[in-house]
Design a protein around this ligand. Structure first.
Ligand SMILES: Cc1ncc(COP(=O)(O)O)c(C=O)c1O
Length: 347
């Protein structure tokens, strides 16, 4: 029997992956001489143009250190403290940001339970009943994650339904796009088609989960909404002094098709992983595999033994559901080895 090598890659998170070699090259190439700090440099100017090629000349992009910061500051820019942000119960802004959106924007989050991480108009329309009533928080923003925290992907029609509901009711439409590239390739669509064309007003654009070392972006589809954002970003402690290294990575990611290649690969790896795991009768998929996440139940008694070799997170203990993520560097061999271990363990 084949001996298991100690795995150097796991399925815990796309954040656990290293940095794509082309990002390292981009950082190296930007590491020449001195340039003006805080974004007044040629690398940032180029990356801003690249973003405008994707999102149009009326858009404005701001680079920040991380995804929580992108969400929090993007939301802060478009809400008043008496306004609320409607989101899914499973949303990163609701469960994984340590209350930062509430603390920094002052806005309450109104969350709803969803079967698949996706908001729908029917699930959220009751939040409008207190509009105009001063005792109630006023819904100001609908925030979706694309792809969702459950690995699912909104169709363009689903996004348009939510954005028109938002706009008809004087709300804005925010998208947490930590995995926007995975969503776009899943829908075989451009970045523009699943954002601005679907009514998105403000987007957190993910870099780290698609191979960057660090760095995310806040994209305003209408630059008029960004008039104060440079102050909000600085006050919010997300103005990188050596911004050129974030900008250079984004430019390398988005000026060609690297963003697409990496996301296509990680999505494909997730499909292969899921297809092989569902062959094991005790394992059941809990969500469609639309992007690079596989949500699957594994009987509890086997989980610890598997985690010893391949660390991954239990997502919902009540149903013994685990989350397995693939990334730009997952290989088919990683999957073969992991599935063999699962087959050997789950008898
Ligand atoms: C949906 C989603 N949004 C945002 C983030 C960004 O978080 P961070 O602040 O860790 O970069 C993550 C990271 O796990 C995420 O999964």
């Amino acid at each position: 029997m084949k001996a298991f090598r100690s795995p150097s890659r796991s399925f815990a998170s796309d954040n656990n992956a290293g940095v794509h070699p082309e990002m390292i090259e981009a950082i190296k190439a930007a590491n020449e001489g001195h340039v003006v700090a805080y974004g007044a440099d040629p690398f940032t100017a180029r990356a801003e143009k690249t973003f405008q090629k994707h999102f149009g000349r009326n858009s404005a992009v701001y680079f920040v250190f991380g995804g929580t910061g992108a969400n929090v500051l993007g939301l802060q820019a478009i809400t008043k403290s008496y306004q609320a942000v409607i989101c899914a119960e499973t949303a990163h802004i609701n469960v994984d940001e340590c209350g930062a959106p509430e603390k920094f924007s002052g806005s309450k989050l109104l969350s709803v339970s969803t079967p698949d991480g996706k908001l729908k108009v029917d699930l959220i329309k009751h939040f409008l009943h207190g509009v105009g009533f001063e005792h109630h928080v006023q819904p100001g923003v609908i925030s979706v994650a694309q792809a969702t925290e459950m690995g699912t992907v909104y169709s363009k029609t689903e996004l348009k339904e939510l954005s028109s509901f938002a706009h008809k009711n004087n709300m804005l439409f925010h998208m947490d796009g930590a995995r926007i590239s995975n969503a776009a390739v899943s829908l075989n669509a451009s970045l523009k088609e699943i954002t601005i064309d679907c009514g998105v007003d403000v987007l957190s654009f993910g870099g780290a989960k698609n191979g960057m070392m660090y760095g995310e972006a806040v994209v305003f589809m209408d630059k008029k909404r960004a008039e104060d954002f440079k102050y909000i970003r600085k006050q919010g402690m997300h103005l990188p002094s050596k911004m050129r290294f974030i900008s250079a990575q984004f430019d390398a990611l988005l000026s060609g098709d690297l963003w697409k290649k990496s996301a296509t690969h990680s999505n494909r790896m997730a499909k292969i992983l899921a297809d092989q795991l569902v062959e094991i009768p005790q394992l059941k998929l809990t969500q469609p595999v639309d992007s690079n996440g596989v949500f699957i139940t594994i009987p509890k008694k086997y989980i610890m033994a598997l985690q010893k070799k391949y660390f991954f997170y239990v997502w919902n203990e009540a149903i013994s559901e685990v989350r397995l993520m693939t990334s730009f560097d997952t290989t088919e061999e990683d999957i073969v080895d992991f599935v063999a271990l699962v087959k050997k363990t789950v008898k």
